[in-house]
Design a protein around this ligand. Structure first.
Ligand code: 13P
Ligand code: SF4
Length: 333
């Protein structure tokens, strides 16, 4: 039986946690995890973070191997920034709906139709789209980077129309938006959110800017996953409504077991539709196999990598050392 397909058979009896620990040392590996990963993966990671902090860690680490518990564009970003390291992703099918919504050939054609615009692009995109872009942003760095672009410079923003729309409303800056969305953040229901808010009138709402405007309009705080986590530590009261992928609540509960964190609902009031199906593909078993076999490995053609690195380097330069707190804040009323 193939170990990858027959996990229940060939891996049963293994102490996966101990085996991952052993391989982490033997391989001189660092395990990076995003806040949307399963709690057991977050708990064994060397570092858990949002996209910007994970990029920085990937660029800085001395490890020989980066095992990336996240989605493919995040692991590709690590490889672009650390080409001499082996980067493994437990499941190569861990994609992203935003990446899928922006095929490189269509993005290139769109850029060609607007030669007087620069492309400011959300990190949730393919390496090819990064190579076609001028500056990459994350949700925690977007506003700071946008503020450094001269006011008369025309800008294409892709692929997330919700983050782009939020930035337009927040800064008053006009952006030419690519029409991509995150299927997870699109699944929240305004009607159900308002019902939940009525049950907990004192609870603030924290939302990720990938949510549509009809959700963000009700938020007391808007920011990256790291920003939402920071907000949960300083918010007034002891109950928070969280409008992003619910696995982030694991970190909140660990840090503040006495507080109450409630995931914002989907259309049926109680669905699992806001669990990211791509992030969910990574498991302990697949992480173990990735460390054991050094596969699936991220490979990027060198010319493409160098072109994509330029726009990522611009992000790291312009984001500076002080962002990463994810503090975009609410849209002024
Ligand atoms: P963050 O940079 O806020 O962690 O966002 C990553 C992401 O994919 C959100 O859906
Ligand atoms: Fe992509 Fe949405 Fe999943 Fe984030 S939550 S990785 S944007 S599909």
């Amino acid at each position: 039986m193939d170990a990858r397909n027959g996990i229940g058979g060939s891996l049963s009896g293994l102490d996966l946690r101990a085996e991952i620990e052993r391989l982490r040392k033997e391989r001189n590996a660092v395990i990076l995890a995003h806040y949307y990963q399963k709690p057991e993966l977050q708990d064994l990671a060397d570092f858990v973070g949002d996209s910007l902090d994970l990029s920085r860690k990937a660029a800085e680490t001395n490890a020989d191997v980066i095992a990336f518990c996240g989605v493919r564009f995040m692991a590709e970003t690590a490889k672009i920034l650390s080409p001499d390291k082996i980067v493994v992703l437990p499941d190569m099918d861990a994609g992203c709906s935003l990446e899928d919504s922006c095929p490189p050939d269509q993005f290139a054609a769109f850029r060609a139709q607007h030669p007087d615009h620069i492309a400011l692009t959300y990190i949730n995109c393919s390496t090819e789209v990064k190579a076609l872009s001028d500056i990459i942003v994350t949700s925690s760095s977007a506003e700071k980077i946008l503020a450094q672009i001269p006011a008369d410079q025309k800008i294409i923003f892709g692929p997330d129309r919700n983050l782009g729309g939020y930035l337009q409303r927040k800064t008053g800056r006009e952006l030419l938006l690519w029409p991509g969305v995150c299927i997870v953040h699109e699944a929240f229901s305004e009607t159900e959110l308002l019902k939940l808010k009525a049950e907990h009138p004192g609870a603030p709402i924290a939302a990720h800017p990938e949510c549509p405007a009809y959700i963000l309009d009700h938020a007391d705080y808007v920011g990256s996953t790291k920003g939402i986590l920071d907000f949960s530590k300083t918010m007034p009261g002891d109950t928070l409504i969280v409008a992003t992928e619910p696995h982030i609540i694991h970190q909140m509960q660990k840090a503040m077991p006495e507080k109450n964190f409630i995931g914002a609902p989907g259309a049926d009031g109680n669905c699992n539709c806001n669990i990211c199906p791509y992030m969910a593909l990574n498991t302990m078993e697949k992480l173990y196999l990735a460390l054991r076999d050094l596969s699936p490995k991220i490979e990027i053609e060198e010319g493409l990598r160098v072109r994509a690195k330029k726009s990522l380097d611009r992000m790291l330069e312009l984001a500076g050392a002080t962002v990463g707190q994810g503090d975009l804040g609410p849209v002024p009323a």
